[in-house]
Design a protein around this ligand. Structure first.
Ligand SMILES: [Zn+2]
Length: 387
């Protein structure tokens, strides 16, 4: 990560760079920024700058051996520690190193902008309450830092969310902060400085990292994530500068649209097979039912719920309530066409059909049979004439 990869924060970047150039890097720093600020990204860019072998005036070079290893998060003198818990794969004594592949992936995929929930999801941690920075983990890092650095002048430890340490871990950390191994840079990150022990705060230099302003967030969404100006305005209002939340919402919209497209395709198949009576659709239906069954309970419910909402939107078209129809693109075209087939005479039946399917799924019905059954019932309903 280079400073130039991070939008905005000009003054903050200048301050960090200046401290390195003037040789007054404080060995322990506490980066305090709410969820959805770029604190981890800035910590990574800063650490890369400190370690760069061909530093430029305003950024790391990006090409020296150190920078190349940093860009992959694979530098032997770069250490991470973050909250972990037991998972299916790591069923006892979880440590940060057990999760390093998921950690690197998440950072590279999101450019280091994510929420703690995103981290739990990526790590497969379902019991969020138990996720902490535990004593063994803290102990291992302290040991590692007591060795000499491998390649760089500095060893760097980035700790993601200091407030997730238990008391024993915090005491271990305090000890090293009091007698720090030479040439070691601790970058501690927190989202809630009120929860960080006062003794830790007093031994670190505080760097406050604000969230983006509404205008900055809007620019990022439009320029880096291809969001339309209108959609960006909406997201800005909802997310109050929390870019992690804005990106999660975009992801959600993208996912919903993909599922909606899949639903529409299925409905078209039902129409062609059930109403136009074209033959040869049975294998297709069977395949779809099998795919549906494999997709997992939550995705199955999501598919049916998205479908239910689409049908509801078509109904709104029908009763001439265009203000309630919030469809765009393909979904709008779909609703225009399908309003002939979803009408007052069968709308309730459609509604009940999907509600019932969701009800049975929640009670562990066989998803394969349920979907096939749904397919045939939808075929019949689509053929039903207007009253
Ligand atoms: Zn470099």
């Amino acid at each position: 990560m280079q400073f130039k990869d991070i939008y905005g924060y000009d003054d903050l970047k200048k301050g960090l760079i200046q401290s390195v150039i003037e040789n007054r890097v404080s060995h322990a720093q506490l980066f305090f920024g709410a969820e959805g600020s770029a604190k981890l990204a800035l910590a990574l860019a800063y650490a890369q700058f400190v370690s760069c072998q061909r530093r430029e005036a305003d950024d790391s070079c990006g090409v020296c051996p150190s920078c190349r290893k940093y860009s992959q998060l694979m530098h032997p003198d770069l250490h991470f520690i973050y909250p972990v818990a037991t998972t299916k794969e790591v069923d006892k004594k979880p440590k940060s190193t057990d999760f390093i592949a998921a950690w690197r992936d998440l950072i590279l995929k999101t450019h280091a902008i994510f929420s703690i929930q995103d981290w739990y999801n990526a790590a497969g941690i379902t019991e969020n309450k138990q996720a902490i920075i535990n004593t063994e983990d803290a102990g291992e890092v302290v040991r590692t830092l007591s060795y000499k650095s491998y390649e760089s002048e500095y060893k760097v430890l980035i700790m993601y969310l200091v407030e997730k340490m238990n008391v024993q871990s915090a005491n271990k950390l305090l000890k090293v902060l009091e007698e720090p191994p030479s040439k070691t840079l601790f970058i501690l990150l927190t989202e809630d400085s009120d929860q960080v022990l006062g003794t830790i705060i007093s031994r670190t230099q505080l760097v406050k990292i604000p969230r983006y302003s509404d205008q900055e967030l809007k620019n990022i969404l439009i320029n880096q994530h291809n969001v339309s100006s209108d959609q960006a305005d909406e997201l800005v209002v909802q997310c109050e500068g929390n870019i992690a939340q804005a990106l999660a919402l975009i992801d959600g919209v993208g996912q919903r649209k993909a599922v909606g497209a899949n639903f529409i395709e299925w409905l078209r198949e039902c129409y062609v097979s059930g109403v136009q009576r074209k033959v040869g659709f049975y294998p297709k239906h069977v395949q779809r039912a099998s795919d549906f069954a494999k997709s997992g309970r939550e995705n199955q419910k999501f598919f049916l719920t998205v479908g239910l909402n689409l049908i509801r939107s078509v109904m709104q078209q029908h009763v001439g309530n265009p203000n309630l129809v919030k469809l765009t693109g393909d979904e709008f075209v779909f609703s225009e066409k399908f309003k002939v087939f979803v009408h007052p005479a069968n709308a309730i039946a459609f509604y009940d059909l999907f509600q019932e399917a969701i009800y049975h799924l929640e009670r562990n019905a066989n998803a394969n049979l349920l979907f096939l059954d749904l397919t045939f019932k939808v075929e019949v309903l689509l053929g039903q004439q207007k009253a």
